[in-house]
Ligand binder design. Sequence first.
Ligand SMILES: Nc1ncnc2c1ncn2[C@@H]1O[C@H](COP(=O)(O)OP(=O)(O)O)[C@@H](O)[C@H]1O
Ligand code: SF4
Ligand SMILES: [Mg+2]
Length: 329
Amino acid sequence: MALLQLEDLHACYRTEVYGISRSVRAVDGVSLELYENEIYGIAGESSSGKTTLIKVLSGTFKPPLRVESGRVHYNFGSFAVDMLSIDPEELRQNVRWKQISYVMQGSMSVLNPVRKIMRTFEDIVRTHQGIADKKSFVEQTRQHVQRLGLPPDVLDLYPHQLSGGMRQRVAIALATVFHPSLIIADEPTTALDVVVQRGVLQMLKEIQNESANTVLLVTHDLAVHANMADRVGIMYAGRIVEEAPTAAIFQRPRHPYTAHLIRSLPSIGDKTIREGLGGAPPNLASPPNGCRFHPRCPLAIDRCRTEVPPLTTIAPQQRVACHLVTEAG
Ligand SMILES: Nc1ncnc2c1ncn2[C@@H]1O[C@H](COP(=O)(O)OP(=O)(O)O)[C@@H](O)[C@H]1O
Ligand code: SF4
Ligand SMILES: [Mg+2]
């Protein structure tokens, strides 16, 4: 049984500027499943709709972002949740933090700048569960951060007294307080340098290993997915164009866009200048017809300009949206 069944999600930003309304179709027909005890990576260039997708999955979306259609169904074992119809109070009380937690790029949105870290833990635990005994809460929190490899003294500091990497580790520690079924991390290491990044990712991986929960890891950085993810979904212009187990994606990418992303990865000792793809991702207020990648695709055929290639299962756990791949069989 899947932890999440996402079916044909369409979400857009409706904005009105000087009386002219505009609709940006940021997520346009995405379906996927997440299973228990896996790390699922979502990759894709900036503006491909990754953050929009996880705003919907985490139930944190608000206008101008609107869900037009689709189904977002969670099965947490003891209860199920339909994210698009859940009562906001039920979402706040029983789902957020406890079943789904969300780690964002730059952790200041969850850490209160004028409170010591311990107070932020206290605020979250008090709101979502209550604190019967302050002394044992403090002790448990110290044990929790220590178990995750953080010095418990960080709890006595203010966010600005911590490095960016340490703040991000604290945000992950906060996200795991209630041992949620799903941890969603959106570009959790993008602002960090490579060495610090490695430590933060390692922490996330160890947590996943120990708690066997599900992690949805969103980053444009494919090298991170290569090291972290069990399966990867590649987004382009609001759609998933390829999904496969990580080894399959890297060994034999099937979609021309995925192949381009993988070819552009730097490899050690290789000094050749890599060829760019040319062009830019489309404007999602008026995306191209047919395959959205066709204006940039070196392999495009006539059909690509008019017909949308459906995301088709071509092997167990492998889906691709490209006419050439499905035609070849
Ligand atoms: N608040 C907003 N209002 C209007 N358009 C938005 C807003 N946030 C994001 N977008 C647009 O939605 C598209 C997808 O953005 P996003 O989901 O942030 O992509 P990613 O996370 O892959 O970089 C982009 O075209 C972006 O400009
Ligand atoms: S459907 Fe056509 S344009 Fe799109 S990726 Fe495949 S070959 Fe390229
Ligand atoms: Mg983003």
